[in-house]
Design a protein around this ligand. Sequence first.
Ligand code: ATP
Ligand code: MG
Length: 398
Amino acid sequence: MNYNTFLIKYAEIGTKGKNRYKFEDVLCQQIKNHVAHLGEFSIRREYGRIFLYAESEYDFEDLIKELQKVFGIVGICPIVVEQDVNFESVKNSVLAYVKEAYGDRTLTFKVNARRTNKKFPMGSMEMNSELGHHILETFPNMKVDVHKPDVLLNVEVRNEVYIYSHIIKGAGGLPVGTNGKAMLLLSGGIDSPVAGYMISKRGVELEAVYFNAPPYTSERAKQKVVDLARIVSGYSGKIRLHIVNFTDIQLAIYEKCPHEELTIIMRRYMMKIAEEIAKKNNCQALITGESIGQVASQTMHSLACTNEVCTMPVFRPCIGMDKQEIVDISEMIDTYETSILPYEDCCTIFVAKHPVTKPILDIIKRSETKLVDVIDGLMQTALDTVEVVEARVQDLQA
Ligand code: ATP
Ligand code: MG
């Protein structure tokens, strides 16, 4: 069937009063941004609903796939619109719809009529039974099941009549732009892209920061992070990726601090720099891909030490997840294949054989005093030489 109208369903959570309009405005804008490259579309809002109209040729599968990336949408219903609001026309449209969508397959169905247009002479109950009767008569293989039907046929009578039975699941969440902006610490691994996706799903815009360590890490490792940002931007919208040259800071730590504390101290400087960049760019929080106990730097003690340098909230949506659960999400959002490319990142080069798993904050701080002569200058240089890349999904190389 060729559909050119879609009813977009969204959750009502947090959408009361004034917020509701803001929420709908942002959602409509997000839908427009997402579908713009697939053809001509227009959007209409009515009765607290969003309708998307195709004004040109488009590919159905591509459109659905794209709409499933828009946070805030819970369901996508391809609908048939009957403009002639009288029973005979509605009946004919319903029968034509059932024929196209289901042929004469052996299925159970239930009609779910809803009449809000009081000018229409027939009530909802009466429509259910009349339409049900005509369907049974026309399609001998179809049977009624009012409890668990295979096909729930919705017929909504308003100023026009909407007929639909497919509700394609959307991503859920809240539209990006309704809940501020956060800075994602994006490495080339599996976890941080998933963490960014999850926070963005709550309506949060993303910027990202990557700590690069040339020449210890390759150009390809950096490209991989740019690609990950581009994939995540397919959901979150454009991501400004700040690439920090972290080499000199890492070398200084390596030279002056106890090796078993390298990772913790390095992570503390990463968080400090990330927070500086976040503040400058109006972000209200940081995001990391940490998960309790996954590695030495993610024990509770280690997390407490890294967290101590931050004044902003740090969101760690993977914190309670097993690796496999994180992998499952990364496969779903299509970052997995890129994340497992084998290019080293800066943490893997400067790792100690036996990192501390229960760092004590006072001891770590004492070790950091060894950097006192150089660290302010190095941090300033790192901040002054940040490279910014605008990551957009359209720029992904196939
Ligand atoms: P990931 O799979 O996200 O790389 P990981 O399991 O490798 O995580 P770590 O290397 O300990 O874990 O990093 C923990 C978190 O710190 C990452 O999820 C990420 O948010 C941040 N991080 C680590 N390395 C970098 C980096 N080079 N640039 C930016 N952020 C980083
Ligand atoms: Mg990593």
